[in-house]
Design a protein around this ligand. Structure first.
Ligand SMILES: [Zn+2]
Length: 289
Protein backbone atom coordinates (compact mmCIF):
# COMPACT_ATOMS: atom_id res chain seq x y z
CA UNK A 1 0.00 0.00 0.00
CA UNK A 2 1.30 3.43 -0.96
CA UNK A 3 1.32 6.23 1.61
CA UNK A 4 -0.55 9.51 1.10
CA UNK A 5 2.76 11.18 0.31
CA UNK A 6 3.60 8.59 -2.36
CA UNK A 7 0.14 9.01 -3.89
CA UNK A 8 0.70 12.76 -4.06
CA UNK A 9 4.09 12.30 -5.68
CA UNK A 10 2.55 9.95 -8.21
CA UNK A 11 -0.10 12.56 -9.11
CA UNK A 12 2.66 15.12 -9.74
CA UNK A 13 4.56 12.73 -12.01
CA UNK A 14 1.42 11.75 -13.92
CA UNK A 15 0.27 15.38 -14.12
CA UNK A 16 -3.18 14.53 -12.79
CA UNK A 17 -5.22 15.80 -9.84
CA UNK A 18 -6.31 13.72 -6.87
CA UNK A 19 -10.02 14.10 -6.15
CA UNK A 20 -10.81 15.37 -2.64
CA UNK A 21 -14.39 14.81 -1.49
CA UNK A 22 -15.99 15.94 1.75
CA UNK A 23 -18.24 13.68 3.75
CA UNK A 24 -20.59 14.12 6.68
CA UNK A 25 -21.90 10.57 6.95
CA UNK A 26 -21.33 6.98 5.93
CA UNK A 27 -23.52 7.35 2.83
CA UNK A 28 -20.99 9.81 1.42
CA UNK A 29 -18.09 7.58 2.42
CA UNK A 30 -19.71 4.50 0.83
CA UNK A 31 -20.27 6.41 -2.41
CA UNK A 32 -16.58 7.38 -2.63
CA UNK A 33 -15.34 3.92 -1.67
CA UNK A 34 -17.47 2.24 -4.35
CA UNK A 35 -16.06 4.50 -7.09
CA UNK A 36 -12.46 4.11 -5.88
CA UNK A 37 -12.96 0.32 -6.01
CA UNK A 38 -14.38 0.57 -9.52
CA UNK A 39 -11.84 2.98 -11.04
CA UNK A 40 -8.76 1.99 -9.06
CA UNK A 41 -7.65 5.62 -8.59
CA UNK A 42 -6.90 7.27 -5.26
CA UNK A 43 -9.14 9.72 -3.42
CA UNK A 44 -8.79 12.00 -0.44
CA UNK A 45 -11.73 12.19 1.91
CA UNK A 46 -12.18 15.49 3.69
CA UNK A 47 -13.89 16.54 6.87
CA UNK A 48 -14.35 20.22 7.66
CA UNK A 49 -14.32 21.19 11.35
CA UNK A 50 -18.11 20.87 11.41
CA UNK A 51 -18.10 17.51 9.65
CA UNK A 52 -15.29 16.23 11.90
CA UNK A 53 -17.23 17.23 14.99
CA UNK A 54 -20.33 15.45 13.74
CA UNK A 55 -18.48 12.26 12.75
CA UNK A 56 -15.92 12.25 15.65
CA UNK A 57 -12.31 12.51 14.47
CA UNK A 58 -11.03 9.25 15.96
CA UNK A 59 -14.05 7.30 14.77
CA UNK A 60 -13.83 8.46 11.15
CA UNK A 61 -10.05 7.83 11.09
CA UNK A 62 -10.70 4.26 12.27
CA UNK A 63 -13.44 3.80 9.68
CA UNK A 64 -11.38 5.05 6.72
CA UNK A 65 -8.28 3.16 7.87
CA UNK A 66 -10.26 -0.06 8.23
CA UNK A 67 -11.71 0.23 4.70
CA UNK A 68 -8.28 1.15 3.30
CA UNK A 69 -6.62 -1.89 4.83
CA UNK A 70 -9.47 -4.36 4.41
CA UNK A 71 -10.01 -3.64 0.69
CA UNK A 72 -6.49 -2.30 -0.14
CA UNK A 73 -7.95 1.02 -1.24
CA UNK A 74 -5.91 4.21 -1.79
CA UNK A 75 -8.19 6.39 0.35
CA UNK A 76 -6.84 8.97 2.78
CA UNK A 77 -8.36 11.33 5.31
CA UNK A 78 -7.75 15.09 5.29
CA UNK A 79 -8.59 17.52 8.07
CA UNK A 80 -10.06 20.15 5.76
CA UNK A 81 -9.99 23.87 6.63
CA UNK A 82 -8.57 23.50 10.12
CA UNK A 83 -8.59 27.01 11.57
CA UNK A 84 -6.95 26.64 14.97
CA UNK A 85 -3.86 25.04 16.46
CA UNK A 86 -6.12 23.16 18.89
CA UNK A 87 -7.98 21.46 16.03
CA UNK A 88 -4.66 20.66 14.31
CA UNK A 89 -3.55 18.87 17.49
CA UNK A 90 -6.80 16.89 17.57
CA UNK A 91 -6.40 15.86 13.92
CA UNK A 92 -2.81 14.71 14.50
CA UNK A 93 -3.78 12.80 17.63
CA UNK A 94 -6.69 11.15 15.84
CA UNK A 95 -4.43 9.92 13.02
CA UNK A 96 -5.42 11.99 9.98
CA UNK A 97 -3.25 11.51 6.86
CA UNK A 98 -3.28 15.17 5.88
CA UNK A 99 -4.15 18.54 7.41
CA UNK A 100 -5.09 21.81 5.77
CA UNK A 101 -4.29 24.66 8.11
CA UNK A 102 -6.41 27.55 6.85
CA UNK A 103 -4.96 30.95 7.61
CA UNK A 104 -6.26 32.27 4.29
CA UNK A 105 -8.04 35.28 5.73
CA UNK A 106 -5.11 36.36 7.95
CA UNK A 107 -2.59 39.03 6.93
CA UNK A 108 0.38 37.39 5.14
CA UNK A 109 2.90 37.64 8.01
CA UNK A 110 0.43 36.27 10.57
CA UNK A 111 -0.60 33.48 8.18
CA UNK A 112 3.09 32.58 7.77
CA UNK A 113 3.70 32.65 11.53
CA UNK A 114 0.75 30.39 12.37
CA UNK A 115 1.23 28.01 9.42
CA UNK A 116 4.94 27.59 10.23
CA UNK A 117 4.04 26.71 13.81
CA UNK A 118 1.57 24.10 12.52
CA UNK A 119 4.08 22.57 10.08
CA UNK A 120 6.74 22.29 12.81
CA UNK A 121 4.30 20.73 15.23
CA UNK A 122 2.87 18.21 12.76
CA UNK A 123 6.31 17.14 11.47
CA UNK A 124 7.56 16.71 15.03
CA UNK A 125 4.69 14.31 15.69
CA UNK A 126 4.52 12.41 12.39
CA UNK A 127 6.56 13.17 9.27
CA UNK A 128 4.15 11.22 7.07
CA UNK A 129 1.28 13.67 7.58
CA UNK A 130 0.89 16.04 4.64
CA UNK A 131 0.42 19.69 5.60
CA UNK A 132 -1.32 22.13 3.28
CA UNK A 133 -1.36 25.90 3.68
CA UNK A 134 -3.84 28.40 2.30
CA UNK A 135 -2.94 31.77 0.84
CA UNK A 136 -5.68 34.14 -0.35
CA UNK A 137 -9.38 34.40 0.44
CA UNK A 138 -11.77 32.08 -1.40
CA UNK A 139 -14.71 32.55 0.97
CA UNK A 140 -15.96 29.80 3.24
CA UNK A 141 -18.89 27.39 3.35
CA UNK A 142 -20.05 24.68 0.93
CA UNK A 143 -23.39 26.30 0.18
CA UNK A 144 -25.62 27.29 -2.72
CA UNK A 145 -25.03 31.01 -3.19
CA UNK A 146 -26.91 33.95 -4.57
CA UNK A 147 -23.82 36.16 -4.57
CA UNK A 148 -20.05 36.05 -4.09
CA UNK A 149 -18.90 35.29 -0.52
CA UNK A 150 -17.67 38.38 1.36
CA UNK A 151 -14.01 39.15 0.83
CA UNK A 152 -13.49 36.40 -1.77
CA UNK A 153 -10.69 37.20 -4.22
CA UNK A 154 -12.06 37.43 -7.73
CA UNK A 155 -10.32 40.52 -9.11
CA UNK A 156 -6.87 39.97 -10.55
CA UNK A 157 -5.35 42.27 -7.89
CA UNK A 158 -6.76 40.08 -5.08
CA UNK A 159 -5.58 36.71 -6.41
CA UNK A 160 -2.61 35.00 -4.76
CA UNK A 161 0.61 36.51 -6.10
CA UNK A 162 3.43 34.18 -7.22
CA UNK A 163 6.08 36.07 -5.20
CA UNK A 164 3.94 35.94 -2.03
CA UNK A 165 3.25 32.26 -2.63
CA UNK A 166 7.00 31.58 -2.87
CA UNK A 167 7.67 33.57 0.31
CA UNK A 168 4.89 31.67 2.10
CA UNK A 169 6.04 28.23 0.97
CA UNK A 170 9.71 28.88 1.81
CA UNK A 171 8.92 30.34 5.21
CA UNK A 172 6.40 27.71 6.29
CA UNK A 173 7.62 24.46 4.71
CA UNK A 174 4.12 23.34 3.68
CA UNK A 175 3.81 20.28 1.42
CA UNK A 176 0.91 21.66 -0.63
CA UNK A 177 -0.51 25.12 -1.25
CA UNK A 178 -4.11 26.24 -1.79
CA UNK A 179 -4.06 29.56 -3.65
CA UNK A 180 -6.86 31.96 -4.61
CA UNK A 181 -6.96 31.78 -8.39
CA UNK A 182 -10.54 32.78 -9.16
CA UNK A 183 -11.99 29.78 -7.30
CA UNK A 184 -14.60 30.22 -4.57
CA UNK A 185 -16.23 27.91 -2.09
CA UNK A 186 -19.83 26.94 -2.71
CA UNK A 187 -21.63 27.26 -6.02
CA UNK A 188 -24.17 29.61 -7.56
CA UNK A 189 -27.85 28.80 -7.76
CA UNK A 190 -28.49 30.10 -11.26
CA UNK A 191 -25.20 31.19 -12.77
CA UNK A 192 -21.87 29.66 -13.77
CA UNK A 193 -18.87 30.26 -11.52
CA UNK A 194 -16.28 32.88 -12.41
CA UNK A 195 -13.59 31.40 -14.66
CA UNK A 196 -10.37 30.18 -13.06
CA UNK A 197 -7.24 32.17 -13.80
CA UNK A 198 -5.19 29.45 -15.48
CA UNK A 199 -2.26 31.74 -16.16
CA UNK A 200 -1.99 32.64 -12.48
CA UNK A 201 -2.05 28.96 -11.52
CA UNK A 202 0.90 28.35 -13.86
CA UNK A 203 2.81 31.37 -12.52
CA UNK A 204 2.33 30.23 -8.91
CA UNK A 205 3.29 26.64 -9.75
CA UNK A 206 6.45 27.78 -11.55
CA UNK A 207 7.36 29.86 -8.47
CA UNK A 208 6.67 27.38 -5.66
CA UNK A 209 7.21 24.03 -7.44
CA UNK A 210 5.06 22.11 -4.92
CA UNK A 211 1.61 20.55 -5.50
CA UNK A 212 -1.20 23.11 -5.72
CA UNK A 213 -4.69 22.42 -4.43
CA UNK A 214 -7.83 23.84 -6.01
CA UNK A 215 -10.60 24.46 -3.49
CA UNK A 216 -14.22 25.22 -4.23
CA UNK A 217 -14.27 23.00 -7.33
CA UNK A 218 -18.06 22.65 -7.33
CA UNK A 219 -19.59 24.58 -10.19
CA UNK A 220 -16.45 25.00 -12.30
CA UNK A 221 -16.47 23.76 -15.90
CA UNK A 222 -14.75 20.59 -17.11
CA UNK A 223 -12.55 22.58 -19.47
CA UNK A 224 -11.46 24.89 -16.63
CA UNK A 225 -10.59 21.83 -14.52
CA UNK A 226 -8.52 20.26 -17.28
CA UNK A 227 -6.67 23.50 -17.98
CA UNK A 228 -6.04 23.97 -14.23
CA UNK A 229 -4.60 20.46 -13.94
CA UNK A 230 -2.33 21.05 -16.93
CA UNK A 231 -1.19 24.30 -15.30
CA UNK A 232 -0.12 22.52 -12.09
CA UNK A 233 -3.11 21.68 -9.90
CA UNK A 234 -2.61 18.26 -8.22
CA UNK A 235 -5.67 18.09 -5.97
CA UNK A 236 -9.23 19.35 -6.44
CA UNK A 237 -11.79 19.74 -3.66
CA UNK A 238 -15.46 18.97 -4.34
CA UNK A 239 -18.02 19.40 -1.59
CA UNK A 240 -21.09 21.51 -2.42
CA UNK A 241 -22.07 19.37 -5.42
CA UNK A 242 -21.98 16.29 -3.21
CA UNK A 243 -24.17 17.89 -0.57
CA UNK A 244 -26.68 18.85 -3.23
CA UNK A 245 -26.68 15.32 -4.70
CA UNK A 246 -27.11 13.83 -1.22
CA UNK A 247 -30.11 16.07 -0.56
CA UNK A 248 -31.72 15.40 -3.96
CA UNK A 249 -31.27 11.66 -3.48
CA UNK A 250 -32.86 11.78 -0.05
CA UNK A 251 -35.78 13.90 -1.30
CA UNK A 252 -36.39 11.34 -4.06
CA UNK A 253 -36.12 8.41 -1.66
CA UNK A 254 -38.58 9.93 0.80
CA UNK A 255 -41.03 10.83 -1.95
CA UNK A 256 -40.91 7.35 -3.48
CA UNK A 257 -41.02 5.47 -0.16
CA UNK A 258 -43.27 7.50 2.13
CA UNK A 259 -43.71 4.63 4.59
CA UNK A 260 -40.11 3.43 4.71
CA UNK A 261 -38.37 3.99 8.04
CA UNK A 262 -35.17 1.91 7.70
CA UNK A 263 -32.36 4.44 7.14
CA UNK A 264 -30.24 1.97 5.15
CA UNK A 265 -33.12 1.53 2.70
CA UNK A 266 -33.49 5.29 2.26
CA UNK A 267 -29.77 6.07 1.79
CA UNK A 268 -29.07 4.29 -1.55
CA UNK A 269 -30.52 7.13 -3.67
CA UNK A 270 -28.16 9.58 -1.94
CA UNK A 271 -25.22 7.17 -2.35
CA UNK A 272 -26.08 6.83 -6.06
CA UNK A 273 -26.29 10.57 -6.57
CA UNK A 274 -23.04 11.32 -4.75
CA UNK A 275 -21.30 8.39 -6.47
CA UNK A 276 -22.21 9.63 -9.95
CA UNK A 277 -20.50 12.97 -9.29
CA UNK A 278 -17.46 11.37 -7.63
CA UNK A 279 -17.03 9.03 -10.62
CA UNK A 280 -17.35 11.77 -13.22
CA UNK A 281 -14.90 13.99 -11.33
CA UNK A 282 -12.34 11.23 -10.72
CA UNK A 283 -12.42 10.29 -14.41
CA UNK A 284 -11.87 13.89 -15.44
CA UNK A 285 -9.18 14.64 -12.82
CA UNK A 286 -7.27 11.44 -13.66
CA UNK A 287 -7.56 11.99 -17.42
CA UNK A 288 -9.55 8.77 -17.89
CA UNK A 289 -12.22 10.31 -20.16
ZN1 LIG B 1 -11.92 24.28 0.67
Amino acid sequence: MKTARQILKQAVVKKVAIGHFNIADLAGLQAIVAVVKELGVPAFIGTSEGEAKFLDRKAIVAYVKTLREEYKLPIFLNSDHTHSFEEVKKAVAAGYDAILFDGGTLPLEENIRQTRKVVRYVKSKNKNIIVEGELGNIGSGSTIRKELPKGAAINLADLTKPEEALKFVKATGVDMLAPAVGNIHGMFANAPEPALNIRRIKEIKDAVKIPLVLHGGSGNTDSDFSAAINAGINMIHISTELRLAWRKGMDKSLAENPDEIAPYKLFPASIDGVGKIVKQRLQLFNKLL
